[in-house]
Design a protein around this ligand. Sequence first.
Ligand code: SF4
Length: 315
Amino acid sequence: METILEITDLRVHFPGRGGAPVRAVDGVSLHIAPGETLGLVGESGCGKSTIANAAVGLLAPTSGRIVVAGTDIAGASPRVLREVRAQVQMVFQDPITSLNPRMTIGTAIGESLLVRGRAAGAALRARVGELLQEVGLRPDHADRYPHQFSGGQRQRVVIARALALRPALLVCDEAVSALDVSVRAQILNLLVALQARYGMAMLFVSHDLAVVRHVCDRVAVMYLGQLAEIAPRDALFAAPRHPYTQALIAAVPDPDPAVQRARVSVPLVGEIPSPANPPPGCRFHTRCPVAVSRCAVDVPALRSVGAAMVACHLA
Ligand code: SF4
């Protein structure tokens, strides 16, 4: 199978207080096909943003493989990483901190094209104008500075900058979380339209399942550094298999009353444990409303259940 991103047994551990490592990501494998959008969801601290940062080479993994467009970036040289970065770009949550306040947005958008020798002078300015139009802004906006735009417009600028090198993979880390609800929908629709136009793949990290449902083909659910479930979007929302996925989805009303009625309601209680001291057995057992005795001892393997892969003894 052709993939644009292939992550195998990824572990990202950080030094923790008291000597125990913080296991931010602890044995995650996933892939994204060209043109596909994979949603990565879970509560704050589950490791989803760590995976996003590792996928673009901003974080070195403790172990495991991260293959982007055929190149293993784990341990790659700066020269190789630089080449791969043309293939994979990132959109962060906060556009104001992603942009240099003293740089016009035209300069920011064109910088990667100029540095890589892809365009200069009038051709560069024309290309920046096209990119601005592609994200719903005007070519003459190029001479303005970030503070002269609204939050939604600034995120459009960041998306234009990310698209400049025509990446094969766009990694969006909570890319609409800081925006007003109405603006959020506009930016999501823009991302969906740009993806349809250019066929790029997306890794879409979000804590908001409604947002993920809107844009993703498949969804991976993370809990405490590991995958709980990964499934095609419609299968996941219609029939979530893992109790944690069920709890997350139960908190989001379904537009279809029949689906809403058929849902298994599993309330999620308690706080997510520390990734420096994860519970033994199934990491979810301390919060799972249907846990049985073996859950505190045996680690559930991720296995095929229908269209999904699920890590639960009872699925
Ligand atoms: Fe709950 Fe046990 Fe399944 Fe873990 S393995 S999700 S504790 S039932």
